[in-house]
Design a protein around this ligand. Structure first.
Ligand code: GRG
Length: 307
């Protein structure tokens, strides 16, 4: 049993979401930084449209919770979390574009390319991706440049060809976008497309807190289990979810004839797999005892979420 009650967890999540919102609002302002020339208003507005005022901020929360295990200062964790959230927001903007998922709604509002236009949406995504690396390398993240380097490299690997972007192209190939539908390894695809950023949130605290190899491995194992549970919950929501709560239409996977955890395992099998993953995540965290209760509660939240 975790020591963090669901209502306490909700308060912690809200607090990190509020702090992240405030920080992102500052980071994505029109204030020009050294080595920048100007920040064009249309691009700043578009970046803010997609990054502020919505989202559960689960990824920053994972950075903060994993950092708490090691007593990392909250300001440093929030900064690393904001960088991760910028990457997440960029991925949502690009994923919604006509060339990808062609979605009209995101977080209950028109998608960025609908509210603005495709070119602005592409550039806002590009600028969010690059500002993430400006943020994650800042001196305030950690006094040791080696730690900042390890964190930056891990974020790049989670986001790029061997992580999220790679997972996205495997997903499109599985939909038959580049010819015949390619066979999909659902577990591998999810580990890259959605799992890699979630896992980064879990290992980030270990990198910032200079965890021992055993502690780092525990966070890594937990992060992988949480990432898979997140994706199965997402696949279940696509079948059983409510469009109003989701802030986007349900049933998109079935409409595309996608292979998902639910098509592979069935609804009951998918739910059982989530329970198994929660147990695996719990076991991984045993090395930390009660210090990891909030991370345990985060895994339960991910598995039981309604949006
Ligand atoms: C375009 C390079 C590129 C990648 C896109 C992650 C991804 C790859 C696309 C996201 C598409 C999508 C809706 C996937 C389902 C899982 C997911 C990431 C849902 C949204 O994450 P939440 O629930 O969203 O954390 P909020 O709005 O709370 O931040």
């Amino acid at each position: 049993m975790t020591g963090t009650a669901p209502s306490d967890f909700a308060k912690l999540l809200d607090k990190t979401a509020d702090d992240t919102e405030m920080l992102l609002s500052k980071l994505l302002s029109d204030t020009v930084l050294p080595d920048e020339i100007t920040r064009p208003k249309r691009l700043v507005d578009a970046m803010r449209y997609s990054s502020l005022g919505g989202g559960k901020r689960l990824r920053p929360f994972l950075v903060v919770a994993s950092s708490d295990v090691f007593g990392v200062p909250r300001e440093a964790a929030l900064l690393a979390g904001a960088a991760l959230e910028c990457i997440h927001c960029y991925s949502l903007i690009h994923d919604d574009l006509p060339a990808m998922d062609n979605s009209d709604l995101r977080r209950g509002r028109p998608t960025l390319h609908k509210a603005y236009d495709d070119a602005t949406a592409i550039l806002a995504g590009d600028a969010l991706l690059t500002i993430a690396f400006d943020i994650i390398t800042r001196d305030e993240i950690h006094r040791d440049a080696g730690v900042r380097l390890a964190l930056t490299r891990a974020l790049a690997r989670a986001s790029g060809v061997g992580g999220m972007a790679g997972g996205q192209i495997l997903d499109l190939a599985g939909e038959g976008r580049f010819g015949d539908r390619e066979p999909v390894d659902v577990a591998r695809l999810q580990q890259m497309k959605t799992g890699a950023l979630l896992r980064f949130g879990c290992i980030a605290g270990g990198l910032l807190g200079q965890a021992s190899p055993g502690e780092y491995q525990a966070l890594d194992d937990f992060g992988k289990a949480l990432g898979e549970a997140f994706q199965i919950a997402d696949d279940l929501l696509d079948v059983e979810g409510d469009a109003a709560a989701l802030g986007k239409p349900a049933g998109a996977d079935a409409a595309l004839g996608k292979t998902t955890f639910v098509t592979q395992l069935g609804i009951d099998g998918a739910k059982q797999r989530v329970r198994d993953l929660l147990a695996r995540g719990d076991a991984a965290l045993s090395i930390f005892g009660a210090k990891a209760d909030v991370l345990r509660a985060a895994a339960r939240f991910v598995a039981e979420r309604k949006n």
